[in-house]
Design a protein around this ligand. Sequence first.
Ligand code: PBG
Length: 329
Amino acid sequence: MATFPRKRMRRNRQAPWIRRLVAENVLTADDLIWPVFVVDGENKREPVPSMPGVDRLSIDLLVPAVAEARDLGIPAIAIFPYTDETLKTPDAREAYNPDNLVCRAVRAVKAQVPEVGIICDVALDPFNSDGHDGLVRDGVILNDETVEILVKQSLVQAEAGCDIIAPSDMMDGRIAAIRDGLDGGGFQNVCVMSYAAKYASGYYGPFRDAVGSSGALKGDKATYQMNPANVDEAFWEVALDVGEGADMVMVKPGLPYLDVVRMVKEKYMMPTFAYNVSGEYAMLRGAGDAGWIDYDKVMMETLVSFKRAGADGVLTYMALDAAKLLKKI
Ligand code: PBG
């Protein structure tokens, strides 16, 4: 191997053109999935205090926002509902109401911005008075009973026009059940993106504010989401979901779990996504707003780090900001 002075690493860094030429990874708008929060009503734009720059939008405002995302080249969005407290019940039945807020939002976006892919989360937490992703009985999160409801939830979302069903609940066996349910309902072309390696994380705090589930949640989600200390376990979680028919897999949160992203991409060679979650966004944006870091610079560095780790795409609240910067708007 050549060594100094024959080898000078700085030669390949001496000007922008050569740095571009030898770049190993590039971020483009094609890598971005934009998660959005929808709220009932009209002409509503409610800022989420713990996520500066992120608003819950009513459907009439969501549609033009998605059109803007399309114009910026963003291929897909993920829709999350802020559900009215009065609709939350212990059986989470609003989850499979074909006219619930998510389904109405999907229909409206599909009708007016059909070029954008729509991802819907499947889990009960926005609809459950317990704030948990599954049904709760005597303090225990029920697995198999929950999976039955998740299948119903997937079916109403697919019926509304959702392109990718994304189960985020971490119940065992849900991917197979949902795949079979979708196929049985005639939705063979609806994809499943599994939140396969999802950790019990403190980084979800601002999201729970955004969907209004933080007040309800009793205890934590450690009996179904993964222990942050584990990576072998992620190998098994992904193996099961791939075996059950997942088309794409996800690691969540993102930044503190880039080692997991790398492992998953190398072992499974599947379309692999990372979720740059609400707490990661809040830290970055908060520090940016305080003037402690350069938000734009740290945003681009953060997003390319996902590519470097092997992710095919990133769910990020910074999607619009990043796409604008890429387009130099
Ligand atoms: C719901 C769900 C959560 C997120 C996505 N889907 C929260 C949770 O599991 O408690 C978090 C997203 C984010 O923090 O940005 N199951």
